[in-house]
Design a protein around this ligand. Structure first.
Ligand SMILES: C[S@@+](CC[C@H](N)C(=O)[O-])C[C@H]1O[C@@H](n2cnc3c(N)ncnc32)[C@H](O)[C@@H]1O
Length: 303
């Protein structure tokens, strides 16, 4: 039986080892190559197209990058690995396979990889490392970039946009699409029936889940049916527009940084006929605003 003293020192050694292992995991997943079936499944789920660039974060011997680029002459490939020997071997293999003009392996830490110009990100690393990379991916990758990862998920970035999990398979392959960043205040004007309406919107975002509220004059409404996929944003609302009446509004647009460009379909009462409606289509141009009048005092006259 262990004495109290040796028990305590065994606990201390185990705790120290655990902490060293955890610190090592933060930076290094050792090289274990994906099996050929998983490589094929990852590449098939990503489906790289002509003109696109793929990157493998922790590329090992380069097998995923090679599988994604071989037979796809219009696809460029980048591999990033912390192990210089693996990087040198992968670059030599790219030369041998006559792919060196469009496939390159970089000796780099994955946290320093440039994700701003890639279309597909592959990842098969320790789960902790994949989670640590989530904020970098969401911040740096362009909206629409596909992230394809094997085995582990991305925590609250859920659900995945596509999953490959055939019966009997050992590993799940998932794909997420990087959404545009829409969180914050936005404003826009709509001209309808010789009047101009100013909209103030507050949008909230949890990765690809979004919701929001708008204000027009002194009226506020919830935004409904909001969807955000890559840069495509859509929502509806119903609100009374002074001088026009009760309107059903359906917004569809493309988020480009601090601007949204799209269309508004407005179902509004016909002039002089309260029971009939007509539908008008208008351009919708929203801009991100530093402040918002959403919270300005409302007063008691809401007409
Ligand atoms: C599990 S292997 C995956 C290799 C390859 N992606 C595949 O699926 O066959 C993980 C790779 O990530 C590399 N790696 C681990 N931590 C890294 C880091 N912080 N920066 C760059 N590469 C890293 C390792 O050297 C190793 O080659």
């Amino acid at each position: 039986m262990l004495s109290r003293r040796s028990f305590l020192s065994a606990v201390a050694v185990a705790a120290a080892l655990k902490s060293v292992a955890a610190r090592a995991q933060e930076r290094f997943s050792p090289f274990v190559g994906s099996n050929p079936e998983n490589v094929t499944r990852m590449v098939e789920l990503a489906a790289p197209k002509t003109g696109e660039t793929v990157i493998d974060l922790g590329s090992g011997d380069g097998r995923i990058v090679f599988a994604a680029t071989q037979g796809r002459p219009g696809v460029r490939g980048i591999g990033v690995d912390i192990n210089a020997e693996l990087v040198a071997k992968a670059n030599a293999a790219a030369k041998e396979q006559k792919l060196a003009d469009r496939v390159q392996f970089l000796h780099q830490n994955v946290f320093d990889a440039d994700l701003s110009k890639v279309d597909v990100i592959f990842m098969w690393l320790f789960p902790e490392l994949m989670r640590l990379l989530r904020p970098k991916i969401l911040r740096e990758a362009r909206p629409g970039t596909r992230l394809v990862a094997a085995t582990w998920d991305m925590g609250p970035w859920w659900p995945a946009d596509a999953t490959d999990d055939p019966p009997g398979s050992f590993m799940t392959i998932r794909q997420w699409v990087v959404p545009a960043r829409i969180e914050g205040s936005w404003e826009w004007e709509i001209s309808l029936r010789e009047r101009s309406y100013r909209f103030e919107a507050l949008l909230e975002q949890r990765v690809q889940q979004a919701e929001g509220q708008i204000r027009v004059g002194n009226r506020r409404e919830l935004l409904q049916n909001m969807t955000l996929r890559a840069a495509a944003l859509a929502f509806t609302t119903q609100i009374t527009l002074p001088g026009t009446g009760y309107a059903r509004l359906s917004f569809n647009g493309n988020v480009q940084g601090d601007a949204i460009e799209g269309t508004l379909e407005a179902q509004i009462p016909k002039r002089g006929e309260d029971n009939e409606t007509e539908t008008v289509r208008l351009p919708w141009r929203a801009r991100r605003s530093a402040g918002t009048a959403y919270f300005a005092p409302t007063g008691t006259n809401i007409n």
